[in-house]
Design a protein around this ligand. Structure first.
Ligand code: FAD
Length: 377
């Protein structure tokens, strides 16, 4: 039997434990988590009986194995929820699925509504070719955007950066309007300093062509989901009590399968012998003591910068030290609004309120607004 020590009880650490425990006769699993709660940056914070996400998470993957795994942990909504009924939302529900008004362990099906706030107006995200878009952009800007897109069809740029990647797919005008400022706010770097590979991974199939294709598919009655493009999906899953609930459910499952989860345990030292990690030392906030844990296999999901810093420095190659020290990390502030009562409006009211109620995300491209994203599920 091998002893596996996992650092971190976020999605990666918990999922690794789950996979290992499929062979529980071969592995003993211990997880060390710095915080007193699981879920990492996908956790949901409970405050005065309210639950708030650290960044709204949607659950959608093109990989069926992942979807199946999540569905096994939490069954999918099969009946409309209270807010679905109140808002008159219609969506494809799971046949034989769970009633969210009766069960708490359920993945709600949410409809994706995203918009971009720019020029003090709201644009569909991904951008759609409709009258409002042209009215919002103004006639002159629309013509300019059209010509700049045509130019990129003829003169393709060599893709050295994310900027080139976007311009090749949208043209310079649309790129400046919808991607440039937002990307810089999000990553703290101008798209010209970010590798084109990043675009290939995150927004692979997104382009004017994909937007048009999606539009025509919808018009011909074909389901959007068939495009398979992550940025264009219309429905996603969302645990009834927020993303953290899924990881709480998974933590319960692995503990019942035999894992030991030690919360409030901050790993501070990684001990290496003969080129191999042999133990870790951690500050156990429950006892106030520094404790040592030996193991055969170590899996880390802690930040790489901290991991390398916790190793005996004389044993770390200079190049690795330089790379780890140079890794930039972004601060992230979430502001949750605690309201006394949610004033859900019916379908007719939403039409008149348009801009406020239905959005899941508002991407704030407007340069003078420092906020990046407004989330509401
Ligand atoms: C705003 C925002 C929105 C997002 N939206 C989505 C989305 O819609 N869909 C999606 O799939 N993903 C989304 N993500 C990404 C998702 O949150 C991450 O990919 C995921 O949480 C990464 O999991 P992880 O386990 O690798 O790391 P983490 O979640 O960071 O977990 C690492 C864990 O390790 C612990 N740890 C760190 N250092 C130590 C140490 N020294 N000792 C012990 N424990 C330690 C931490 O406390 C934490 O619990 C979003 C992220 C953000 C910030």
């Amino acid at each position: 039997m091998k002893k596996v020590v996992i650092i971190g009880a976020g999605p990666a650490g918990l999922t690794a434990a789950y996979e290992l425990l499929k062979e529980k006769e071969n592995y003993e699993v211990i997880i060390l988590e710095e915080q007193n709660q699981v879920g990492g940056i996908s956790k949901t914070i409970a405050y005065k009986q309210n639950r708030m996400d650290l960044g709204g998470h949607r659950f959608f993957s093109k990989d069926d194995t992942i979807m199946k795994f999540w569905k096994e942990l939490m069954p999918i909504q099969g009946k409309p929820s209270f807010d679905d009924k109140k808002l008159g939302r219609e969506k494809p529900l799971e046949i034989g699925g769970v009633d969210p008004e009766k069960e708490d362990k359920v993945m709600l099906i949410r409809t994706r509504v995203s918009r971009i706030y720019y020029l003090k107006k709201f644009f569909d995200y991904p951008v759609t070719m409709k009258k409002e878009t042209i009215t919002n952009m103004g006639f002159v800007r629309t013509i300019k955007a059209g010509f700049s897109y045509l130019k990129t069809i003829i003169f393709k740029r060599k893709e050295n950066s994310l900027e080139d990647f976007y311009i090749n797919r949208f043209g310079k005008v649309l790129y400046s309007m919808f991607f440039e400022g937002y990307t810089e706010k999000l990553w703290g770097r101008h798209p010209s300093e970010i590798s084109a590979d990043w675009g290939a991974q995150r927004v692979k199939g997104l382009s004017i062509k994909a937007v048009l294709k999606d539009m025509f598919q919808k018009a011909s009655g074909k389901k959007n989901q068939e495009t398979g493009e992550t940025s264009l999906i219309e429905q996603f899953w969302y645990p009834k009590f927020g993303p953290g609930q899924l990881w709480e459910v998974l933590a319960e499952k692995i503990i019942s399968d035999g894992a030991i989860l030690k919360k409030n345990c901050l790993v501070q030292k990684i001990n290496i012998e003969n080129g191999k990690i042999v133990s870790v030392e951690y500050k156990n906030e429950n006892t106030g003591q520094t404790e040592k844990l030996e193991g055969d296999i170590f899996i880390s999901s802690m930040p790489i910068k901290d991991l390398v810093a916790d190793m005996t420095q004389s044993l770390v190659p200079e190049e690795i030290k330089t790379i780890a020290n140079g890794l930039p990390y972004r601060d992230f502030i979430t502001i949750g609004l605690l309201v006394k009562k949610l004033n859900l409006k019916n379908k007719t009211d939403i039409k008149t309120l348009g801009n406020i109620v239905p959005d899941c995300w508002i991407y704030v491209q407007e340069p003078e607004v420092k906020m990046r994203k407004n989330t509401n599920f």
